[in-house]
Design a protein around this ligand. Structure first.
Ligand code: AMP
Length: 303
């Protein structure tokens, strides 16, 4: 089934205790699309870049059969740039620089051929733009949304309006607390689900993720990785794996959601093994299945 992905497309400059990489391809929708593409053969990207983006990067999406008809290339514009620095605790990072550039005037136009997409993944962008995308899709089956503290702190009312229109929210634990003004995550989940999304996933960085639905809570573990080089994009890669798997199954039953979280976690665990989206470019389906199995094994008890 078809997946529509909207979000930022960026050049990232990343510093971690293990090294630095400058002007690496990044952005929320880059990670979501590359990850979803391992599961769905119909991934459609909507976004904006400048003329500095380069044919090589466009070809990277095309070579994977990711549809870029909805990617606007602005003549003489500059691509969104973001810089971040991680310390030894890779769960926290400092944003060093955000240059919105062409993203500042982004007006998402959904090409006619995308309007029938059944699974919509709204990556982390302005909540007004997220709503504008939803308004152009005729009959989505599932609308997934990601957001971040930047929008919770700066545009809370707009974000709340967007949340009324989404089915599934993916958010990290500190953002869930901030959005709900509730320190306890179980209570926070109740508050957030009352804002709109009936399915809520709270990511806890290297400690796994929690799924809240009408059926209760499901806890997914995190894979204890030995080599974490760069956590950038892990959250988006998680969302991409999740929506890709849901679209492949074409249902969002409790079982599919639970397995989707484990596939999303598996994809995120690969993402952090190298700088930028590098590791997402050369994965095999066998590696993904093996990692999924490792996630299952993590909390399996055989008597
Ligand atoms: P994640 O590590 O999953 O939170 O996502 C990292 C990606 O988010 C990076 O590739 C950045 O380019 C992108 N990003 C950072 N800040 C913003 C922002 N304010 N709006 C949109 N995308 C952003």
């Amino acid at each position: 089934m078809s997946v529509l992905v909207v979000g930022s497309i960026a050049f990232d400059t990343i510093e971690t205790p293990f090294g630095r990489s400058d002007d690496t391809l990044g952005g929320s929708s880059t990670y979501i699309a590359l990850s979803a593409n391992y599961f769905s053969d119909n991934v459609n990207l909507v976004g904006v870049v400048g003329s500095d983006f380069g044919d090589q990067n466009l070809r990277l999406f095309q070579s994977r059969d990711i549809n870029i008809d909805g990617l606007q290339v602005i003549e003489d514009g500059k691509t969104f740039r973001w810089a971040g620095k991680y310390h030894y605790d890779m769960n926290t990072r400092d944003t060093l620089d955000t240059q919105l550039n062409v993203l500042a005037d982004f007006d998402p136009v959904i090409p006619h051929q995308y309007q029938q997409c059944k699974y919509v993944c709204l990556g982390n962008i302005d909540p007004i733009l997220q709503r504008k995308v939803l308004g152009q899709i005729s009959r989505p089956k599932l609308r997934i949304c990601d957001t971040m503290n930047f929008w919770i702190e700066g545009m809370l009312d707009e974000l709340k309006k967007t949340l009324e229109e989404v089915d599934l929210l993916v958010i990290n634990d500190s953002e869930a607390r901030e959005l709900s003004r509730e320190p306890n995550l179980v209570k926070a989940a109740r508050v957030i689900r009352n804002m709109g999304p009936k399915i809520l996933i709270i990511k806890k960085g290297e400690h796994g993720a929690l799924l809240f639905t009408d059926n209760g809570v499901f806890a997914a573990p995190a894979y204890p990785l030995e080599s974490i080089y760069d956590p950038t994009g892990a959250g988006d890669t998680f969302a991409g794996g999740l929506i890709g798997y849901i679209a492949k199954q074409d249902d969002f039953s409790e079982l599919t959601l639970r397995k989707g979280i484990l596939y999303g976690s598996a994809m995120a665990s690969f993402c952090v093994e190298q700088f930028g989206p590098q590791r997402l470019l050369d994965l095999s389906h066998l590696e993904i299945e093996d990692r999924f199995q490792s996630f299952l094994d993590l909390s399996q008890i055989n008597d």
